[in-house]
Design a binder for this molecule. Structure first.
Ligand SMILES: [Zn+2]
Length: 380
């Protein structure tokens, strides 16, 4: 999802990074605080002090967003959803969870964890500001905590709008999913809200822009576009999962598979197969018995000057270590097998007999064709 991403720390195995776009925001935000907000609220101090406060305010917001995302991430981790990383980008943060939640309850708890953290932060910051004022603490500290109180409250309300993919949209989706037991339907409703809310922000943004609020208007429109894009992507994902769930591996797999013998040398396999057909993986079959597979990864472990001596039998991945699919398995299960144990292709077997080969490209070829034709979605 992110092209220019830098990791800067890891908390409990969760990588935290920033997208290059966040640096732009960090500068813009520090500047807005140093040149506008703080001089207006606390006049009569040096520009250096305002910049110091501006940078602290920006870092504080950064920390609040990371904590919000960690809230999502820890709950996801608790329910064994694979979480890859947290990235801060243009509009805030995103905890990248690799799998869709497994049940409405899990989705609800993962979604609500972020807003709960933000609510707790809002209270904490509010009371710090309140008691700080009572006890006459420095305006530097109070200025920053009162700014962060307001901004966290805004983050809270914005995130609770029931428009997917915002947290509020996920919460609503989990409730609808629980109610009717149909994830695809719940996704359709909440992504519609997402598209609607996106439109609203775009129009409101353009309206503000014309009305003179150039930067604010532009931001609203960009956020609107982003929400629309994410809503569409989620909808497509759920549609794909539904399609794959209802289809068997048998339908997608390649039946005519090029195999190699365990007695061949690496050089023979390269010359007779790899250089000609350019597949990434070749099943190893002797007398109709599937023994395993060999791919470029295994071949590369052998030094080039030994390619004409070493036999496939000694480098192949044996069948008992292969991830295999049965022809009757649902395509969705096969896809998650591929994601869990990355291999170029899944062997489709019936016992020790090879029936076919399945790649993720096989799955998506059919799906993208269906998406292009839009057959099922128009019937809904
Ligand atoms: Zn969130």
């Amino acid at each position: 999802m992110f092209s220019k991403r830098f990791n800067f720390m890891t908390i409990a195995g969760i990588k935290i990074g920033i997208d290059l776009s966040w640096l732009f925001i960090a500068i813009l935000l520090s500047w807005t605080l140093a040149a506008g907000h703080f001089p207006f609220a606390y006049p009569g101090h040096s520009i250096g002090l305002y910049w110091f406060m501006g940078v602290l305010g920006m870092l504080g917001l950064f920390a609040c967003i990371v904590l919000h995302e960690l809230g999502h991430a820890f709950v996801a981790k608790h329910f064994k959803l694979p979480i890859s990383q947290i990235t801060l980008f243009l509009f805030g943060g995103v905890a990248e969870i690799k799998k869709e939640p497994t049940s409405p309850k899990v989705e609800f708890l993962v979604a609500i964890a972020g807003p709960i953290v933000t609510l707790a932060l809002t209270f904490l910051l509010f009371f710090t500001t309140y008691f700080g004022t009572q006890f006459g603490w420095s305006f530097i500290l109070i200025g920053i905590t009162s700014y962060l109180t307001t901004i966290n409250l805004l983050i809270l309300f914005f995130n609770l709008v029931p428009a997917f993919p915002l947290d509020g949209g996920r919460i609503l989706r989990s409730l609808l999913w629980k109610w009717k037991g149909d994830l695809a339907w719940a996704t359709k409703i909440t992504t519609n809200f997402g598209l609607g809310f996106g439109f609203f922000l775009i129009f409101f943004g353009i309206f503000s822009f014309i009305g003179g609020n150039l930067i604010g208007g532009m931001w609203l429109a960009i956020i609107g576009l982003f929400i629309q894009k994410a809503a569409t992507a989620s909808r497509t994902q759920v549609y794909i999962n539904k399609e794959l769930e209802n289809e068997k591996v048998l339908k997608f797999m390649t039946r005519e598979v090029e195999t190699v013998s365990s007695e061949s040398t690496i050089l023979e396999v390269l010359q007779q197969h790899v250089y000609k057909s350019h597949h990434h993986l070749y099943p190893v079959v002797d007398q109709n018995q599937l023994l395993g597979y060999v791919s470029l990864a295994e071949i590369k472990t052998v030094p080039q000057d030994q390619w004409n001596q070493i036999k496939i039998a000694s480098v192949m991945i044996p069948l008992n270590k292969c991830v295999v699919a049965s022809p009757e398995m649902s395509a969705l299960n096969a896809l998650s097998l591929m994601e869990e144990a990355p291999t170029p292709a899944l062997l489709v077997t019936d016992g020790s007999r090879l029936i076919g080969l399945l790649t993720s490209r096989d799955l998506f070829r059919v799906i993208s064709l269906k998406l292009e034709l839009g057959d099922d979605r128009k019937k809904e």
